[in-house]
Design a protein around this ligand. Structure first.
Ligand code: PAF
Length: 304
């Protein structure tokens, strides 16, 4: 496995399968690499803790940096190369300028009306779109792999790429000739249900037990919503009542685990908007339950 630390070194990986990460890798990331290899593409992993997606009060400074262990893990999972760019490579006009430019980015619809992550972390998706677009242009992948764990991020990036394809070349955030196909991959969980996350390593033992509240809350929502999935489409008021019931159950479960809830909602899985109505002529729209909760200073998200 190669370690690429220059832009020139990326030329050999044009058309690769790309797994962008911020390091502190876990089985969830390794599964993305394995999936990419199964798809017959050369897996290229980037490791870059992107400063522009962190607000000043967030954990950029203490974000775990574990390059040696990450490289070993990537190699075992079958990565062809790990790209470890510097800030100067990603933001050649300088970080201060990049931070200003991020504020001007027009976000895709799924993040343009603050509601979920974007309401709690208002500058986050500008930084994510900025860095992902830049990494796509540098690495020129055929496909890029993202975990469903960050579900809104996945939707934002998917829409960014779709929009980019439709725009005139000079208006594209991503170079239109190389907009990769975005491949969503299922969340990887520990045996007890906790979704794997780089930030789980911040949790102390008793906090880890409380963190299970997220997956348990999602399970309760699933139990309430599942019968709905197999029925003919419910009329809008009935569906609204079932969703309200599922949201109340999630809240109860999260509070039982003494978690500070930021949101616990059931949304249309495509737009992430509240579910307005169901057209009886169509099959039921896919739903997504999404949670963000704090446990001390650690912020956890999950969805199903
Ligand atoms: O999900 C992440 O790790 C980051 O947001 C990403 C997509 C690598 C961009 O920095």
């Amino acid at each position: 496995m190669e370690i690429v630390d220059s832009i020139e070194g990326l030329a050999a990986f044009k058309g690769c399968g790309f797994v962008p990460t911020m390091g502190a890798l876990h089985e969830g990331h390794f599964e993305l690499i394995r999936r990419c290899a199964r798809d017959g593409l050369q897996p290229l992993v980037s490791i870059f803790v992107n400063p522009t997606q962190f607000a000043p009060h967030e954990d950029f400074q203490r974000y775990p940096r574990t390059l040696e262990a990450d490289s070993r893990g990537c190699q075992s999972a079958g990565a062809a190369a790990v790209f470890v760019p510097t800030v100067e490579m990603v933001y050649p006009r300088g970080l201060a300028q990049a931070q200003e430019e991020a504020k001007l980015l027009q976000l895709p619809p799924v993040a343009s009306r603050p509601q979920l992550e974007d309401a709690c972390r208002p500058t986050h998706f500008s930084g994510v779109c900025q860095v992902v677009a830049r990494l796509f242009d540098l690495c020129r992948p055929q496909r890029a792999y993202f975990g469903e764990k960050d579900f809104q991020q996945l939707r934002v990036i998917t829409q960014m790429v779709e929009t980019s394809r439709a725009l005139a070349p000079e208006a594209r955030p991503v170079d239109g000739s190389f907009t990769p196909q975005i491949v969503p991959c299922p969340t990887v969980r520990d045996a007890d249900g906790l979704a794997l996350s780089s930030r789980n390593r911040y949790l102390r033992a008793e906090e880890r037990e409380r963190a299970l509240g997220l997956s348990r809350a999602l399970r309760r929502a699933h139990e309430i919503l599942r019968p709905q999935m197999n029925e003919p489409v419910a009329p809008a008021p009935a569906l609204a009542a079932i969703i309200a019931h599922a949201e109340a159950a999630m809240l109860e479960e999260l509070e039982r685990h003494q978690l500070h809830v930021e949101y616990a909602v059931v949304r249309d899985a495509d737009s992430l908007e509240p579910v307005q109505q169901q057209n009886a002529a169509q099959s039921p729209a896919p739903l997504r339950a999404l949670i963000a909760a704090r446990l001390g200073t650690v912020r956890l998200i999950d969805n199903a």
